[in-house]
Design a binder for this molecule. Sequence first.
Ligand SMILES: Nc1ncnc2c1ncn2[C@@H]1O[C@H](COP(=O)(O)OP(=O)(O)O)[C@@H](O)[C@H]1O
Ligand SMILES: [Mg+2]
Length: 259
Amino acid sequence: MARKIVLTSGKGGVGKTTCCALLGLGLARLGARVVMMDVDIGLNNLDVVAGLDTRVMYDIVDVAEGKCRIRQALVSHPQAPLLYIMPSSHSLNVGKVSVEDMRRITDELSRSFDYILIDCPAGIGKEFYRAIYMASEAILITTPNITAIRDANKVASLVIGCGISDISLIVNRVRTDMIAKRLMIKPQDIAASLDIKLLGVVPEADSIAAAACQTGSVLGAKDNVNLFLDIARSIHLGAAEQRIKRGFRNLKINKGGII
Ligand SMILES: Nc1ncnc2c1ncn2[C@@H]1O[C@H](COP(=O)(O)OP(=O)(O)O)[C@@H](O)[C@H]1O
Ligand SMILES: [Mg+2]
């Protein structure tokens, strides 16, 4: 069964799609089978950010309408065979994919993948809820801006209200020079004010900005991938540690030792 993780923020432009693509690649590099889904149907760009847009044949609307099978729509990354995207639609077919369609598709994908990363649209409308209802865990993305932090706080309450208790935080576009001059709030302080565990900190990176301007795809540059490897490790190995701990708790102890 896959872990279904939604990347959400409330505010647009804070780096959800960038983080989704780079985390997907990071997890795939650790040996996990990953599928990324862009729930921003009509205004999607995960395929471009992942460098897979020219390989798309079918999309999620085709799957929902029964024009193709799920396997036919999946596109794998040429440099990371364990990384896939379930393409979203560029045409404005927003209403054509229902919550039930999404559930059916994620349930089927869940059998073949370790992770389903869901790139959530900005805002808190119908599409936001469609993304949240598919997930069992959430990663909140914020930048150190007050407005982004305020939106993240509101979205955290909505996510909890939808029954997701496993929430962690990535603070993106952090500048240590500004923190040193006390011009930017520290990621640890943001996490404390939101009362959410800090999963990772991503610096403001010229390599990401340049890739976004040049080709649109952030996965080509090694520097970008390296920025996310530690976060991918904490997600992947953190889960393994939890499993081991649970395993120990389940062992029965008697006088002779563990049985
Ligand atoms: N750490 C970063 N350093 C520099 N630019 C970044 C960083 N993260 C994201 N960006 C840029 O910010 C813009 C918005 O990112 P995006 O992932 O599209 O945000 P969202 O999906 O939340 O709307 C993009 O142009 C992206 O390249
Ligand atoms: Mg986006």
